[in-house]
Design a protein around this ligand. Sequence first.
Ligand code: ATP
Ligand code: MG
Length: 322
Amino acid sequence: MDGVQQWAEGVSYAPCPPDEFCGRYGERERLRALFPRAAEHGQAVMISGPPGIGKSSLLAWLAYDLQDRPDGPRSPVIRAEVFEPPRMIFFEFRKLLYDLQMRAATGEFQEVLERGGIREAAGYTDSLLERYGAPVEPVGLLPKTGDEIVGVFSRAPDVGYDRVRDTFGDLLRELGRLMGASGRIIAVLLDDAHRAPYPDSRLLRDTVQDLPPGVLFAFTVRDDPGYDDRDIPHLRLQGMRGHDIQELGQRRFDLAISDAPAARLEETAGDPFSLVACFNALRRRNLAPSAENIEALLKEEEDPAGLAVATLPRYWQTWARD
Ligand SMILES: Nc1ncnc2c1ncn2[C@@H]1O[C@H](COP(=O)(O)OP(=O)(O)OP(=O)(O)O)[C@@H](O)[C@H]1O
Ligand SMILES: [Mg+2]
């Protein structure tokens, strides 16, 4: 979450570590059901929802499930997060490539990434994206005829957008093909894709519309109706249900939440960020998770972010409120 950093005395507001991830069983099954489809014909999935609902945490769980779970598919994952404002075009795609190259360099998945034309395909894609990587003024980005891309400070490109898209597609195709040979898929995960500026957003849309076999492409967006017309599976995250809330209380806070307060939380503060804020407050003040205590906490601050700040140690509070 923006503005609230990890804090040593409570559960962090950072995305949840996969081994502490609670609930969302339906969503997890829906994601797993996509693995065979990704192997067969390539598959995209969009995870959406409001701030604090757990999009990044679900993506981190997906990465773990695909790549690290001991009895899991052991499929390589490359990932990137979109930050704003990058002032570089195709920045996210370059980060994805960088992640891929780092993995090959450190020996992870080396047997796959070293084979075939992957090295060349990655190198070529990289240098093509690099040509567009000069800092640009977003307001000065002008799509020109023939879909060339011009930034105010970038060199005039001699390669059109179509070539960039095709090259990135070729790289994914090659990766998917090699993974297929070893009975696995490769997953590309992009967090906060709603922040991607043009033309990155266009490349994202074009890429997910035309994925090759062997590739799963999962991305998160804050609620964004602009993506609704996509013909891809869409997981819209909602607040957690009572039993998920109880699991979260138990696993992450060692708090036994009984049915009535869990139902009340489901109604009023069911997003995981608010739950973490509320349980941190209970723990920090040494309060039992009774219906009355939870009710009093919920009344105290209108906005769960306020509750989150109120439960930070004092020296962090001044900083966070600024
Ligand atoms: N399933 C879960 N189990 C346990 N904790 C969770 C779960 N999902 C999210 N959390 C916790 O809730 C908080 C918000 O989660 P997260 O950062 O994933 O939300 P987000 O939707 O990505 O938010 P933003 O839109 O701000 O990026 C974090 O403290 C995270 O650890
Ligand atoms: Mg997030």
